[in-house]
Write a protein that binds this ligand. Structure first.
Ligand SMILES: *[C@@H]1O[C@H](CO)[C@@H](O)[C@H](O)[C@H]1NC(C)=O
Ligand SMILES: *[C@@H]1O[C@H](CO)[C@@H](O)[C@H](O)[C@H]1NC(C)=O
Ligand SMILES: *[C@@H]1O[C@H](CO)[C@@H](O)[C@H](O)[C@H]1NC(C)=O
Ligand SMILES: *[C@@H]1O[C@H](CO)[C@@H](O)[C@H](O)[C@H]1NC(C)=O
Ligand SMILES: *[C@@H]1O[C@H](CO)[C@@H](O)[C@H](O)[C@H]1NC(C)=O
Ligand SMILES: *[C@@H]1O[C@H](CO)[C@@H](O)[C@H](O)[C@H]1NC(C)=O
Ligand SMILES: *[C@@H]1O[C@H](CO)[C@@H](O)[C@H](O)[C@H]1NC(C)=O
Length: 486
């Protein structure tokens, strides 16, 4: 009995030392106040998320944020005043009763952060935190006037839309933090690039500077994110209609806790909470190998890490460009001569920012259309779901194209019918040549080149004895440049 009483007194004493209480909603007359001894938080219906003022580890700055209530150490998923932290515990989050503006005021009454006004004329009545982690301003009819999910921080939560609202032009993109404990906006953004076939991209500093490209949606998954790296309890979807374009993660079991964070180093880190290990288990990180770095090998190349090391290869019909990075076409395409296609299997489809697509066209029609358009350089199936449907075409250089170890797709590259596999250019644009003549020239050149190679090898072997470094020897033959690697 005595120990029970002691426990009770002790508990009361501890409670007085650090008091904290929770709110179900914030109303115009009930703001959320930070405090020194007492702090108040807003809690979601079933207690999954909590919102309030907090200080990151090793910092005295106060931010208004949202975090998982039951997970320790605190996992913050959203911060309001990222650029304007308070230096004391005097902050107040309040709701304006006229326009539905949510604002944070400091002890002096200065407004240090505010949400955007809603566009609807109805009166806001309350701010609630939903079970999804979305903080919403509602009117008396339960309509949403504003939501934190429209202004993502660095974390993509299930149910949140990453992409663009085509009606309002509003972009929802993640923005990295400056460091793991500093919510100040960092260098990287993760969102949807809506040019051509929409694709997921991570950019640095500006929207044009892509650093990682998970890629476009193929009806089943994001082209650069093979299935194994996702989780059986989650599902991804990509919606494209006249109102919006967005990517979303959904949970198949609502008790799963999942987060996808754009870390300060600029890559995606998706993890799932494990009750057993009491930690966040990584599902995948978007920087698993060198070929994930955008445009790693330059234009018209294939990046491959299937061997021990990462290496770059030119696409068929292209030759390494020594001056520039990437590869150039050896023989120009000639649509009047009937070009053909080379099929690549097991690929992550290249950058689609200057692509064109049609949802109804078949693969055969897609090939015919590509052949009939002189600027079409490649095509692929748009939607690989079921038997496949749709057409996707590229018109310029092929950029950020790689081999995947699993779940890759077919890709059809246009190659000139007159292309020769040897490392020199034979210009066939002169229509005066007839087939026999060309055949003769090809045979002649081939014999000479073989002879040259033999001669060259002997020459090079001798040379190598003198000089062990690899270099390029350029010779003129048949009036063309011939490259021999020594
Ligand atoms: C809260 O939990 C109850 C009981 O488990 C469940 O029926 C309800 O759907 C949950 N509410 C939300 C918003 O998840
Ligand atoms: C609330 O106050 C207690 C005691 O001061 C503290 O341990 C806790 O971290 C505070 N919570 C937040 C969200 O700051
Ligand atoms: C309010 O809207 C403007 C324009 O859409 C946007 O630039 C700004 O970031 C928004 N403010 C907040 C706090 O979200
Ligand atoms: C892809 O094809 C499947 C099966 O035909 C269809 O259900 C799905 O809606 C298509 N996806 C897109 C994005 O068009
Ligand atoms: C969802 O996950 C929880 C916890 O892992 C588990 O207890 C529950 O059975 C799962 N529900 C379904 C429908 O799979
Ligand atoms: C080739 O396709 C592009 C993109 O769809 C289009 O802009 C262009 O007009 C086409 N050219 C021809 C000759 O059809
Ligand atoms: C896929 O192709 C097979 C064989 O051609 C056909 O039997 C089946 O109905 C097709 N499925 C769909 C969804 O079109």
């Amino acid at each position: 009995m005595e120990s029970f009483e002691m426990f009770g007194v002790c508990f009361l004493f501890l409670s007085l030392l650090s008091m904290s209480s929770t709110l179900e909603m914030i109303t115009p007359t009930q703001p959320l106040k930070d405090g020194t001894n007492e702090n108040v938080t807003l809690v979601s219906t079933n207690g999954t998320f909590e919102a309030g003022f907090f200080s990151p580890a090793n910092s005295g700055s106060r931010y208004l944020g949202i975090w998982y209530k039951t997970i320790s150490p605190r996992t913050v998923v959203w911060v309001a005043n990222k650029e304007t932290p308070l230096q004391d515990h005097s902050g107040v989050l309040e709701l304006d009763s006229d326009q539905g503006i949510l604002s944070i005021k400091s002890g002096t009454g200065a407004k240090i952060w505010s949400s955007n006004a809603s566009h609807t004329p109805s009166k806001p009545v309350a701010v609630e935190l939903l079970e999804s982690g979305n903080m919403v301003v509602k009117d008396g009819h339960n309509n949403l006037l504003w939501q934190s999910f429209d202004y993502p921080d660095d974390t993509l939560l299930p149910g949140m839309k990453l992409g663009m609202n085509l009606k309002t032009g509003h972009h929802r993109a993640l923005r990295s933090w400056k460091s793991l404990n500093d919510p100040t906006p960092g260098e990287f953004s993760f969102g949807v690039d809506t040019r051509g076939l929409p694709q997921l991209v991570i950019t640095k500093d500006s929207n044009d500077n892509i650093v990682f490209r998970p890629g476009s949606w193929n009806g089943v998954r994001v082209t650069g994110v093979p299935g194994q790296r996702t989780h059986p309890l989650t599902k991804s979807l990509f919606v494209m209609n006249e109102d919006e374009i967005y990517y979303e993660i959904q949970l198949l079991n609502s008790s799963t806790k999942l987060r996808s964070r754009l870390v300060p180093q600029g890559f995606q880190m998706r993890s799932i909470w494990s009750d057993e290990s009491k930690g966040w288990d990584p599902l995948y990180t978007g920087s698993f190998d060198e070929c994930e770095r955008y445009g790693m090998c330059g234009a018209n190349t294939i990046c491959d890490v299937s061997g021990a090391n990462q290496h770059c290869e030119c696409l068929s019909g292209f030759r390494s460009n020594v001056a520039d990075s990437g590869c150039d076409r050896t023989t120009p395409l000639d649509c009047n001569k009937g070009d053909s296609f080379k099929k690549y299997e097991g690929m992550k489809l290249p950058d689609t920012s200057s692509s064109w697509y049609d949802k109804r066209m078949s693969l055969d029609e897609c090939q015919k259309l590509c052949l009939s358009n002189c600027s079409c350089t490649a095509y692929a199936q748009l939607n690989i779901s079921a038997n496949g449907s749709g057409c996707l075409q590229w018109f310029n250089d092929i950029v950020d194209f790689r081999i995947l170890a699993q779940d890759g797709q077919d890709f059809y590259l246009r190659i000139a019918a007159s292309k020769l596999q040897v490392g020199y250019v034979l210009d066939l644009s002169d229509h005066a040549f007839n087939r026999k003549k060309i055949g003769g020239i090809i045979l002649g050149c081939t014999i000479f080149i073989i002879a040259l190679l033999v001669f060259g090898s002997i020459f090079c072997l001798k040379r190598n004895k003198l000089k062990q470094t690899g270099e390029l020897i350029m010779t003129k033959y048949c009036g063309r440049n011939v490259f021999l690697s020594a």
